[in-house]
Design a protein around this ligand. Sequence first.
Ligand code: ADP
Ligand code: ZN
Ligand code: MG
Length: 509
Amino acid sequence: MIYEPVIGLEIHIQLKTKTKMFCGCPTHDTAVKPNEHICPICLGHPGVLPVVNEQAIHSGILMGLALNCEIASHSKFDRKNYFYPDLPKSYQISQYDLPIAKNGFVDIEIPDGARKVARIGITRAHLEEDAAKNLHKEGENTYVDFNRGGTPLIEIVTEPDFRSAQEAKIFLQELRLIARYLGISDADMEKGHLRCDANISLRQIDDQGGIVGARFNPKMEIKNLNSFRHVERALEHEIQRQTKLWEAGTPPFISMTRGWNDVKGITEEQRSKEEAADYRYFPEPDIPPLELRELADEIRRRLPELPAARRARFVEEYALKGSDARQLCEDPALAEFVEHVFSELHAWFIALPELQETEETVLDHEKEKLAKLVSGWLLSKLGGLLSERAIDIRTMKINPENFAEFITLISTRKLNNTAGLKVLNAMLDDGDDPTHIMEEQRLGRMDDEGTLAELISSTIESYPVEVARYRAGEEQILQFLIGMVMKASEGTADPGIAKNMLLVALKAE
Ligand code: ADP
Ligand code: ZN
Ligand code: MG
């Protein structure tokens, strides 16, 4: 019998608004001390009135649209009642039966998964306020920091459509990227901007993939997973644990809540769902209902291009490889940079006289070559230098025009790879243009055959033993001699030309 994982996620994303959900306090990210950004509204004093943050509504609609949801034309807020010290009103303002968005989906690509593309249904997305933060000091009191209280959150609930831990992780990464593209959150899991609860059960399937027995079984909800790795590990562990229970004939018979212990690498029982609180939801009387039809139409018209569309366009328009396009789109700032580089390059490329009369297939081939150069130099070379020097692409001194010029120098073989790396380093130092650096530091290809011929004859003189061995038939020595010529030229000679000239010189005597 095969046991198939059934997984659904509940995700909270903290919105990057200037102020809190229902008051004018700055959001807590900018606070330096506990309880700095607080006011009577977010402290729940009697008689105060909440006012809805318009930017949060916009963000909610943006996210709803990005997740292919229907945006509610009529929505409202509700009170979710429970008592806890981090919730001074004793209720959280959330959304119950009329969430801002529902019935959406996201398609994710699973590179080496059992299925290559998975469509994940989005049940709903709603807005709410965050609770404050309890600080439990070991052997001391518990303190409450209200800076976070009232911060806007969007909660996204998926259908139980994931079939592996990897799918869940990929979805979360895509969701983070979508939030960044929309500019509504940095969605850093480490910083708690994105928090995830994962629900998981197993079901039996036959060899044809048909479901045997119940379509859905009691699930385990794993709480507060705060990194992608934890999500994946916790789910993998739970799949194994539940598989053993099924095989022993004792599958879970009630839904429970479990916590992830990353040190021990196991999930631990917390409480059964039966004990879950009754939240006594009722409509928030202090906030008028939301009529969103016009606003949603307006926001739909200016929805930015989303990561999946951009990746596809990068492949289509710039002839990039799928995996390179994916990497280049991982950061909106990098993708923006790439966009500028290619528009510069294509302008240059189209104007090349030798390409004027060429056939389309040749042009496509040239475009692919160019794309490979750009992605190679951007991802491995420049990417490496940036992380080595801890520079962010947003603040680096190389602009897209100069980078495109650099690529043309490489592409026309005016610069070879070794010298190219030197030029790139210098560009990072002071933002100078590559041609200037190349000329100033004499890094350009040694076009002057006279100089190269001199280097070759001095190399032949310096290595008489190796030359003799080559002439006696040890052909592999040639590589060494080319290397010595390249070294003497400080990497500026063209290796192909150096080789040919060396061969001629070695034969001559
Ligand atoms: P609850 O009643 O516990 O709130 P919901 O039906 O609201 O459960 O679903 C909460 C989350 O759990 C959703 O993400 C949903 O996809 C997922 N889920 C629901 N049923 C199952 C199941 N049997 N196995 C795994 N996940 C499930
Ligand atoms: Zn406040
Ligand atoms: Mg529920």
